[in-house]
Design a protein around this ligand. Structure first.
Ligand code: ADP
Ligand code: MG
Length: 256
């Protein structure tokens, strides 16, 4: 039962003179949750966007269900990537659309269902993340940060995806709302039996949503292990990061 859902080898991506990913290797077993940690600007979002097809890597292999989506015909790669539901870092909700239209964005864009049906389905999904029908017609800008995250989560799970990505789902939330969102994430992932990757800075959150953890450092995965070992490992890079120490192997590029 250790079927690999996503397999990444030698993934590289640079922007201008800056090498962001410099040979990332990762295996994510089907039905498990991986938490990726790493400093700001180390390429965590670029990693997820590469798997999604929003960023084109320079080199490497990204297999979903044992098919390299970087080499597969476009239609096959698209179908494999359609299994992914994504909660973006800033929520990325459309303010010109109502809450329910955001949640139903996929089916509406593909004209798969009538508006009335799409609205009913969206209200059902909103209920799964603890939001009532009363918010369905509001604009996302009328909601609190925690509610916006829930709407983003509702949109991510609406298609019942086999794979879910969460980019810093609790950043900017207070610790209680963060814990509520984590609980919803774990619930949704468990209910659907999905394979997930979550990016976080928050060690409490990492423990709640990850089975395994990986540290992205200097363009590569410098450490992986069971999520609870994040707090006990003697790996110097992970140790510095999880304890938030200013001094250690991680050097912040500060301009004098
Ligand atoms: N589309 C882009 N064009 C140019 N630089 C980018 C682009 N996307 C990301 N970067 C750069 O790549 C680096 C990693 O970004 P990102 O993956 O967003 O970091 P984080 O680990 O904080 O999520 C940053 O230096 C960022 O400025
Ligand atoms: Mg990011």
């Amino acid at each position: 039962m250790s079927e690999i859902k996503i397999r990444i080898r030698g993934l590289k991506k640079h922007f201008g003179a800056k090498k962001v990913l410099d040979g990332v290797d990762l295996d994510i077993a089907a039905g498990t949750g991986l938490v990726v940690i790493g400093g700001s600007g180390t390429g965590k979002s670029v990693l997820l966007k590469s798997i999604l097809g929003l960023v084109t890597p320079d080199a490497g292999v990204i297999e979903i269900d044992e098919v390299d989506v970087l080499k597969a015909p476009a239609a096959q790669a698209r179908a494999l990537r359609q299994q992914i539901g994504m909660l973006f870092q800033n929520g990325a909700l459309f303010d010109s659309l109502s809450v329910w239209e955001n949640v139903a964005f996929g089916p509406l864009a593909q004209r798969k269902v009538s508006r009335a049906k799409a609205r009913d389905q969206a209200i059902e999904v909103l209920a799964q993340v603890g939001l009532g029908a009363d918010v369905a017609g509001l604009s996302p800008s009328e909601l609190s940060g925690g509610m916006q995250k829930r709407v983003g989560l509702a949109r991510a799970i609406a298609a019942r995806p086999a794979i879910m990505f969460f980019d810093e789902p609790t950043t900017g939330l207070d610790p209680i709302m963060g814990a509520v969102i984590d609980e919803l994430i774990v619930d949704c992932v468990k209910k659907l039996g999905s394979t997930s990757i979550a990016i976080t800075h928050d060690m409490a959150s990492a423990q709640r949503i990850g089975d395994k953890a990986a540290m992205l450092y200097d363009g590569r995965i410098s450490w992986t292990g069971p999520a609870p070992e994040l707090l006990t490992t003697t790996d110097p890079v992970v140790e510095q990061f999880t304890h938030g120490r200013a001094h250690g192997p991680i050097k912040m590029a500060l301009r004098k």
